[in-house]
Design a protein around this ligand. Structure first.
Ligand code: IMP
Ligand code: MG
Length: 183
């Protein structure tokens, strides 16, 4: 018999209510910091999609957005170290105030690469907002300008984050049972 999605979850790390509250705070902070500007939100797919959809609705400013697809992971739970652009920007970002939207910063390798790549296109500014931050796992000097939650080194899923493309629809952030990926 097929179980439910919740069967793979060891525990809830960040509840739905706590997520919504923190996303509202981040939106209010960005609204205050970018007053008089028109930020350009650049989402890193696919993990950002739930967070970004909620975040931009908490930003009370004229803004635009686009997405990129980057890949460094494959199907496993640890980074391979190499970053590949699978979908690039569809517009020129010269002179724009770019806010990169990430689901989670782990090694920082993806964002380090992306920030270098974007800076060569002469935006007015580049800042980073991440829902989750795992500082213990960092292998580059990337730090987010806005971070929702600092979390320990555990593999988490939900609210857009996946394991092998599943669990993105979980409405909270959960810790995956090790037996799910040790199988
Ligand atoms: P980094 O390049 O190591 O910082 O990894 C960035 C990407 O790896 C994130 O945008 C996620 O897509 C993925 N990732 C890292 N840690 C986790 C996790 O705990 N759960 C799900 N995806 C993760
Ligand atoms: Mg990601």
């Amino acid at each position: 018999m097929t179980g439910t999605m919740q069967d793979g979850i060891a525990r809830v790390l960040v509840s739905e209510e706590t997520l919504q509250q923190r996303v509202r705070e981040l939106g209010a902070q960005i609204t205050a910091d970018y007053r008089g500007k028109k930020p350009f939100f650049l989402g890193v797919l696919k993990g950002c999609f739930v967070f970004m959809a909620d975040l931009i609705r908490c930003v009370d400013l004229p803004c635009s957005l686009d997405f990129m697809v980057l890949s460094s992971y494959g199907g496993g739970t640890s980074t391979s170290g190499a970053v590949e652009i699978r979908k690039d920007l569809t517009r020129d970002i010269a002179g724009m105030d770019v806010i990169i939207v990430e689901d989670i910063i782990d090694s920082g390798i993806t964002l380090h690469y992306l920030r270098e790549y974007l800076s060569r296109r002469n935006p007015a500014s580049i800042h980073i907002v991440t829902l989750l931050n795992k500082p213990e796992c960092r292998r580059t000097e990337i730090e987010p300008d806005y971070s929702g939650f600092t979390i320990p080194d555990a593999f988490v899923v939900g609210y857009g984050l996946d394991y092998a493309e599943e669990y993105r629809n979980l409405p909270y952030i959960g810790v995956l049972k090790p037996e799910v990926y040790e199988k």
